[in-house]
Structures are given as C-alpha cells and as structure tokens.
Design a protein around this ligand. Structure first.
Ligand SMILES: [Cu+2]
Length: 237
C-alpha cells in the first residue's frame, strides 16, 4: 500500500515535471533568431571628423564623427545598417516609449527603429535644436525645440525610412525607421545585429545603409523555431 502510494506520488511529480519542461520548450520554440554581421568590402574608410561651426561650447565638447559611414577598422563591420524581414510578416511590437535624444549636437541614436506611433524627442543639450523630417508617406515635421524644452512628441504613422536633420546645426542628421513589424535590427559598432522571436518561415531579408545601398540588398533566409540563423552581408562603396 505504502509502496503504491510512493509510486503514485513519484508518477505525479514526473508528470508535472514533464508538463513544465514541454511548456518551456514550447515558449522557446515559438520563434527563431536571425543574427549576423554587415561588413564593408575593401579597406575600412577612416571615420570622418565633423567640425561644429556653432554652439561650440556644447557641440565641441566631445569629438563628432560623420555617422553616415562608420566602419570598424578591425572587423570591417558597418555600423547603422538596418536589416529587416520583408514580405507578409506580422508581429507585435513590445515597446513602451521610444525616444531620440539631441545630445552633444547629434541625434542619439543615429538610427532609431519604431512602430507607427509617437516618438519622444529629447533635448539634453539645453540649446536650440530643430527636428526636421524629410518624409513622403508621413506628414513632414519641422519643429523647433528651444533649450528649455527638454521633451516633445512627434508622430510617424506610416512605415517609412525618414531622414531627419536639424536646421540649427547643418551637420546633424539621423534616420527614423518606421516598421509595422518588430523584425528589424540595427547594426552596432562591430556591424552585428540580432532579430529575435521571428515566426518560423522563409523570408527575404533586406539590408539598407544610408551611403552603401542605393537600392536595398537582399538575401533569402529560413528561420526555424528555437534556432539561430546566421547571415552575412557585404556592402561595397
Ligand atoms: Cu541641432
């Protein structure tokens, strides 16, 4: 009797354990990951230094470099490249507030990815900046942000790659990438990117970089549940 009871309890534990394990696996296998690197073909160009001609007490504090082409000398990784899953893919964005700062007289980050929604514009510099968007699908924005205005909100409703500039500082530029799905990655200083929780399937993956892709460059990828798919792009000037 006692032995039967022990066996029954043991079986119960095993069943619960099995259920927990399979459930965890189910969660982990819901999507796959695309990771990779965007590389520059040829010798890495040296970063181009910018010389701020105005508000130098703020804009000249830290050295500024032209972010439109930043290539890592060692790895030849290209920074600020945008890698996106294209086609009919749906997914829910899990973001609360997306912010873009004007700090040291540059847009930080240089490339921001967001769902169609509001974008918070910060002004950490405390000097006059001006948020100027160059869009075709979204209504253009040209809004001054005086130094005392630490925070303002703008809106991008349509998926689009939008160039932004500041009319007060000619060297300031950046990009707002509006995407209706979250499967978009931006490369870091080593050219690496990661796109997580992609629904399993075969997709056309697209890379865009403001100075190296007059037309986006694509390749096919297959994403499997719970697995990592590695991709390399090489961009030429
Ligand atoms: Cu500015």
């Amino acid at each position: 009797m006692r032995k039967t009871l022990t066996l029954a309890i043991l079986a119960g534990f095993l069943a619960v354990g099995f259920w927990v394990v399979t459930d965890l696996q189910g969660a982990a296998q819901a999507g796959g990951t695309i990771t990779g690197v965007v590389k520059f073909a040829g010798d890495a160009p040296a970063p181009k230094k910018l010389e701020p001609a105005k508000d130098t007490q703020v804009c000249g504090k830290t050295p500024l470099y032209d972010q439109s082409l930043m290539v890592d000398k060692g790895t030849k990784g290209v920074r600020w490249a945008v890698v996106s899953v294209t086609g009919d893919v749906k997914g829910k964005w899990e973001v609360k507030e997306i912010a873009l700062d004007q700090k040291g007289c540059e847009f930080q980050p240089h490339v921001v990815v967001m769902p169609p929604s509001k974008l918070t514009i910060l002004n950490s510099d405390g000097i006059l900046h001006n948020f100027h968007s160059h869009s075709t699908k979204n209504p253009p924005i040209n809004q001054a942000q005086p130094g005392f205005r630490k925070k303002m909100e703008v809106k991008f409703d349509q998926p689009e790659r939008v160039k932004i500039t500041c009319d007060a500082h000619a060297w300031m530029s950046g990009w707002v990438i509006v995407s209706d799905h979250p499967y978009v990655g931006v490369t870091d200083e080593k050219g690496s990117f990661k796109i997580a929780n992609v629904p399993p399937g075969t997709y056309t993956l697209e890379v865009w970089q403001e100075t190296l892709t007059p037309k986006p460059i694509t390749q096919q990828v297959t994403v499997k549940a719970g697995e990592e798919t590695k991709v390399t792009f090489e961009l030429k000037k």
